[in-house]
Design a protein around this ligand. Structure first.
Ligand SMILES: [Zn+2]
Length: 335
């Protein structure tokens, strides 16, 4: 039996999945192994191989059945998997600087290895859940977590970009001044921009910008007694229960996302828009409310485009590994 492996190398853990030629995933939930990236490439690549052996056992296949491996990691990295020579938070060991992780893993495993950054892998997973692996459709995925990630799939293929920064959706500017109820707000992002999507639509934005803006309007609110990075973690749960302040916070995020989606509709005329990430790992009712608010935040669409579907991305924890596996599966089919 021929299978393809997906390897999602995160900051502290490696997550694995195995998919067969019928596009069935042979590992249901998380299959994790410690990453040890902090000890440098040699130790980390050995860890990846060790964990892969555990994963194939869990999937009920053998190591020899693996015909290709899809790898994804946090960036910055080139589109072909060369990590930034400037270093990054997840690859602090000096030996990672300018390291070709895709090619090195390929040599170690003696199998073709494909590469995506983690945001783009998540986007490909979201796309796959709607359209399958052989699609020619176009989708845009926004993944709301600590920051805002995601990616763009055009006619079935991930837009990686010239330098590997394709799909850095969090740093796309949105005309936030048109969002109602945030007069005087100046949302700043770590990247230096004011008013990009991440500056309004992320957990960081809740802590740095939205809670400090809204809390003074609710002086007796229970979140006022926490510092804002701690308080930010409670906002989703309280918004789901209907707390007015927390709904205000999520409404602003949804309207910012709506403005961004409107830009994407006019750029790509996509087949689907997809929302993922911790922010909407909630009950279905809250997800529906959030999608409705996102639509409300979009300027009026042309009649032909008004019915563009907005989906929620399933299986958040395994999205990276599964998207990476789909990229490798597409590679084997193209050969
Ligand atoms: Zn930014």
């Amino acid at each position: 039996m021929n299978v393809v492996a997906g390897v999602d190398l995160g900051g502290t853990a490696i997550n694995y999945t195995i998919v067969n030629e019928q596009e069935q995933f042979l590992i249901e939930g998380l299959c994790e192994h410690p990453a040890l990236s902090i000890q440098g490439p040699e130790v980390c690549l050995a860890q990846i191989e060790d964990g892969l052996k555990i994963a194939v056992e869990l999937a009920g296949v053998s190591f020899d059945d693996i015909v290709a491996v899809g790898l994804d990691t946090p960036g910055p990295a080139s589109s072909s998997g060369v990590l930034s020579a400037r270093g990054s938070t997840n690859f602090v060991h000096a030996d990672w600087s300018g390291f070709d992780i895709r090619k090195s893993l390929e040599a170690r495993l003696s199998r073709p290895v494909t590469y995506l950054n983690d945001g783009n892998a998540g986007a490909l997973w979201g796309h796959f859940t709607i359209f399958g692996a052989d699609s020619r459709e176009t989708s845009v995925s926004a993944v709301i977590g600590t920051g805002l990630g995601g990616g763009v799939i055009v006619e079935g293929n991930v837009v990686k970009g010239r330098m590997g920064f394709g799909g850095e959706l969090g740093h796309v500017l949105v005309p936030y001044q048109s969002i109602a109820g945030i007069d005087g707000l100046h949302p700043k992002c770590n990247c230096g921009r004011t008013g990009d999507l991440e500056s309004l639509c992320s957990l960081t934005a809740i802590a740095l910008t939205l809670l400090p803006y809204f809390l003074p309007r609710y002086p007796d609110h229970e979140l006022a007694k926490f510092d804002s990075s701690k308080a930010a973690k409670f906002v989703r749960g309280m918004a789901e229960k209907g707390d007015p302040l927390c709904r205000d916070v999520f409404r602003v995020q949804a309207h910012a996302l709506g403005l961004f989606f409107d830009e994407m509709v006019n750029t790509f005329d996509p087949d689907a828009l997809i929302i993922g990430g911790g922010a909407i790992e909630t009950g279905v009712d809250f997800q529906r409310w959030f999608i409705a608010e996102t639509r409300r935040g979009m300027p009026r669409q042309r009649t032909e485009q008004a019915d563009i579907p907005i989906h929620i991305m399933p299986n958040g924890d395994t999205a990276g590994a599964r998207g990476a596996a789909i990229e490798a599966l597409k590679f084997t089919r193209a050969r």
